[in-house]
Design a protein around this ligand. Structure first.
Ligand SMILES: [Zn+2]
Length: 409
């Protein structure tokens, strides 16, 4: 089972000063900042997934890339741009979620393939249009006609994409996009794509589906799946179901969830192989809009806020695992949260995090280098590093899967 990380230009600054919370002087982001595969001992993924609409922009406006980055990506190619180590695959797609509201995709199969070829992708997903509906009923009576129209359009685009690949003798490995709105229609899409010659098929539109619905679809696909066809799940993690997915022909998936939970989830911020812990929130006085407003309005003294923030960080850095120092951390955290007027109390969750001190037991390079800083929810440098750590935990968990062992010896 292979894991792909969808790129959103998430980098960290290797020389960031955690004590002063300062970037190095003369930092040049693109030259100095590092991707997850550059700050961990091993790339925590088998490949990256890069969407054309993130690079080139789409209907909704500019992508995540600046004009200069976009030009560099086209000039240098995707492998050099990301400084990918050998063996890490670059997979492209259109980023169809960016034009989900349009009647038809604003991009043609020819433009899609040209993007993959110009940037030197190893493989690329055919142009697709996401179906956002699902029913398990077999007669399809409750299906919206637009769902079927989008599914059929996706198949026509895949056919055109494949014939372009053949005409141009493209070096990009074609991956057929399968859309569907029921187990039977997913199976029909896979059958049609195999008939067109696709040996690798990406299943789209499954993100909102329940695990049971994904399994029902995979089960139905199993009825038509050739033994040499590889299935990729777009945007799905659910590690607990990975062995079941693998048994039904899935060989790869992509997801941002392990990374994003580090700073988007309310509780599951710091992952370990057994469970996730809450990260300890110590917002920056400078970077906290609510706190800044309260200071400006005269409700909070700035000096008091800065001193509470400093004392909290000091206590966490001095934490030695003893009950007394745990209590000191919790007290400082509570004082600071009163200054910040945080409504929610995390005290019990923080106690669990501190008692477990999972960063002391993690062997990833990020935890080895930065220790407790990674468990602190504060600013992009700590939060993204914790996301990278989570991805390395995901890689470990995947290496322990039955499906991984059986396909990788
Ligand atoms: Zn770690």
């Amino acid at each position: 089972m292979k894991f792909f990380f969808p790129d959103s230009q998430d980098l960290v600054s290797p020389a960031y000063d955690f004590m002063r919370d300062e970037y190095p002087a003369h930092r040049v982001r693109q030259r100095d900042d590092r991707y997850a595969h550059e700050v961990l001992d091993h790339a925590p993924y088998h490949g990256i997934l890069v969407s054309k609409s993130i690079v080139d922009g789409s209907i909704k406006g500019a992508g995540k890339y600046t004009t200069a980055q976009r030009a560099r990506m086209h000039r240098m190619g995707v492998h050099k741009f990301f400084r990918l180590p050998p063996g890490v695959e670059a997979l492209g797609d259109n980023g169809a979620f960016n034009y989900i509201d349009e009647p038809t995709p604003p991009v043609t199969p020819a433009q899609t393939l040209s993007f993959y070829e110009e940037c030197g992708f190893d493989a690329g997903v055919s142009t697709d249009h996401v179906v956002f509906g699902f029913t398990e009923s077999t007669d399809g009576e409750d299906a919206n006609p637009d769902w079927e129209a989008r599914r059929r359009l996706t198949l026509r685009l895949a056919e055109e994409f494949m014939s372009l690949c053949r005409d141009r003798a493209s070096e990009v490995e074609p991956v057929g996009a399968a859309q569907g709105w029921s187990p039977a229609t997913y199976a029909d899409s896979v059958r049609a794509l195999q008939d067109m010659g696709y040996q690798r098929i990406a299943l789209g539109g499954m993100v909102p589906l329940k695990t049971r619905e994904i399994l029902a679809s995979l089960d139905e696909i199993g009825g038509v799946l050739k033994s040499d066809t590889h299935l990729h799940l777009l945007g799905i993690t659910r590690v607990e179901s990975m062995d079941d997915f693998a048994a039904l022909g899935v060989t790869s998936f992509d997801s941002t969830s392990a990374f994003r939970q580090a700073f988007m989830d309310d509780r599951k911020n710091f992952h370990t192989p057994d469970r996730a812990y809450v990260a300890i929130r110590v917002p920056q006085v400078d970077g906290n809009p609510t706190l800044k407003r309260a200071i400006l309005a005269g409700h909070v003294s700035q000096t008091e806020a800065i001193s509470a923030e400093r004392e909290t960080l000091k206590a966490l850095r001095a934490y030695d695992g003893s009950a007394a120092s745990r209590r000191a951390c919790l007290d400082r955290l509570e004082e600071y949260s009163l200054v910040c007027r945080t409504k929610k109390s995390y005290r019990d969750a923080y106690e669990e995090t501190l008692a477990a001190a999972p960063w002391t037991r993690c062997s990833c390079k990020i935890c080895r280098d930065h220790g407790v800083e990674i468990a602190i929810f504060r600013g992009t440098e700590r939060n993204k590093r914790r996301g990278f750590h989570n991805m390395s935990v995901l890689a470990t968990k995947m290496a322990q899967l039955k499906s991984h062992r059986s396909t990788n010896g």
